[in-house]
Design a protein around this ligand. Structure first.
Ligand code: PEP
Ligand code: MN
Length: 336
C-alpha cells in the first residue's frame, strides 16, 4: 500500500506516519518526489492499517500497490530511474553500449580491444573474471588477476568496468575493482548474493534467468532495491524455449513490458540471447527499436580463439558497424 502525502505535508507529519507504520510492524520505503512524499507500507496485508493512516494529518490518500514488487514498480516510482556512470547517464535519452570479451583471458587480449571498442562508441567495458560455466572443466576465469587487468583497461581508456560477481563473499573484492556489478542469469535468484549487492554502493546489472518470468526478474531486483541500493539495471539475455537453432530465444516482448512495469533501466544482451555472432546486429537493432536503454555486447579481438563464447563474439570491426546502425535506430526512436 502507498500512503500519498499531500503537497504541503510537513516533515513531522511524514515522521508520524512512519512511526505509526513501524509501530504496527510493517516496513516503510520512502519515495521523496520533487512534489510530494509517497510512503510504501510493506509487509503481509498492509491494508489492515489503512484506516489508521488515511486520516492522519498530511495524508492525501492511500492506494494499494497491485504488484508483488514495490520499489521496482512504476506505480510507486512513476519517473524513469536515471543515474550517472562515469561520464554518461543510464536510463535517459542516450542509448548506452557496454562491450568487451565474455571472459578476461589474459592481459593482451583485454588490452588489445578496449581502444577499438571505445573508439567505436562503447560507453563501458565488460569482461568476466569469475565465469559461471556450465561445465566445471571449462575455463573458470582468472579471478582477482582478471580484475586487475580490467582495472588496467579502465586506467588506459577511462571506460567504466562491468564485471560479474558470483558469490556474496566476493562482493567486497569485486566492488573494489568494478564500476558495475553484474549478476549473471544463473544467479538471478541467488538471494544471498542479491542481499550482498543490495548492501553495496555500486550499481548492479541484473540479468534475467534463462527460465525466469518477468515478474521473477522484478522480484529479484526488489531484493536489491529493498536494501537501499536503487541503482539497478535489468538485462534481457534470452530465455530457454523449445527452439534450439539459437542458443536462447530473445524475448523482445520483455523490453516494452519491463519498461511499462518498472522505472529501472532495461538493456538487452543479444550475444547470449542468440548465441551467434551473425544474429547479434539484427537482434541488437530490434532491441533498441523496442525501447531498450542499452546493449551489452561480447567483442573479442579474435573470436575464433576465445576461451568462452567465441561463436557469439563480434570482432571490433563488426562492433563498429553495430554501433553505427544502433545510433541511426536510436535517433529514429527519439533517443540519442
Ligand atoms: C556473460 O555475460 O558472460 C554471461 C555469463 O551471461 P549470462 O549470465 O546472461 O549467461
Ligand atoms: Mn559470455
Amino acid at each position: 500500500m502507498m500512503v500519498v502525502m499531500n503537497v504541503e505535508a510537513t516533515k513531522d507529519q511524514i515522521d508520524a506516519v512512519i512511526t505509526r507504520v513501524e509501530a504496527n510492524n510493517f516496513n516503510v520505503i520512502l519515495n521523496q518526489g520533487e512534489e510530494r512524499t509517497v510512503i510504501a507500507v510493506v509487509g503481509t496485508n498492509p491494508s489492515v492499517i489503512r484506516e489508521q493512516l488515511m486520516y492522519m494529518p498530511g495524508v492525501d490518500h492511500t492506494v494499494p500497490i497491485s504488484r508483488p514488487y514495490k520499489v521496482a514498480s512504476r506505480e510507486f516510482i512513476p519517473a524513469n530511474t536515471i543515474f550517472p556512470l562515469d561520464g554518461f547517464m543510464i536510463g535517459g535519452d542516450e542509448v548506452v553500449i557496454i562491450a568487451g570479451p565474455c571472459a578476461v583471458e589474459n592481459r593482451s587480449q583485454v588490452l588489445e580491444s578496449p581502444y577499438a571498442v571505445k573508439e567505436a562508441g562503447a560507453h563501458a567495458l565488460r569482461g568476466g573474471a569469475y565465469k559461471p560455466r556450465s561445465s566445471p572443466y571449462s575455463f573458470q576465469g582468472l579471478g582477482e588477476e582478471g580484475l586487475e587487468i580490467l582495472a588496467e583497461a579502465r586506467e588506459l581508456t577511462g571506460l567504466p568496468i562491468v564485471t560479474e560477481v558470483m558469490a556474496p563473499e566476493l562482493v567486497p573484492l569485486v566492488a573494489r575493482y568494478a564500476d558495475v556489478l553484474q549478476i549473471g542469469a544463473r544467479n538471478m535468484q541467488n538471494f544471498a548474493l542479491l542481499h550482498a549487492v543490495g548492501e553495496c554502493d555500486k550499481p548492479v546489472l541484473l540479468k534475467r534467468g534463462n527460465s525466469a518470468l518477468i515478474e521473477e526478474l522484478l522480484m529479484a531486483a526488489e531484493y536489491i532495491l529493498s536494501h537501499g541500493n536503487r541503482r539497478v539495471i535489468l538485462c534481457e539475455r534470452g530465455i530457454r524455449t523449445f527452439e534450439t537453432t539459437t542458443r536462447n530465444t530473445t524475448d523482445i516482448n520483455a523490453i516494452p513490458v519491463l519498461k511499462s512495469l518498472t522505472h529501472l533501466p532495461v538493456i538487452l544482451d543479444p550475444s547470449h540471447s542468440t548465441g551467434h555472432a551473425d544474429l547479434v546486429i539484427p537482434i541488437a537493432r530490434a532491441g533498441i527499436a523496442a525501447g531498450a536503454d542499452g546493449l551489452i555486447i561480447e567483442v573479442h579481438p579474435n573470436p575464433k580463439e576465445a576461451m568462452s563464447d567465441g561463436g557469439q563474439s563480434l570482432t571490433p570491426e563488426k562492433f563498429a558497424t553495430l554501433v553505427k546502425q544502433i545510433k541511426a535506430i536510436a535517433r529514429d526512436v527519439g533517443r540519442k
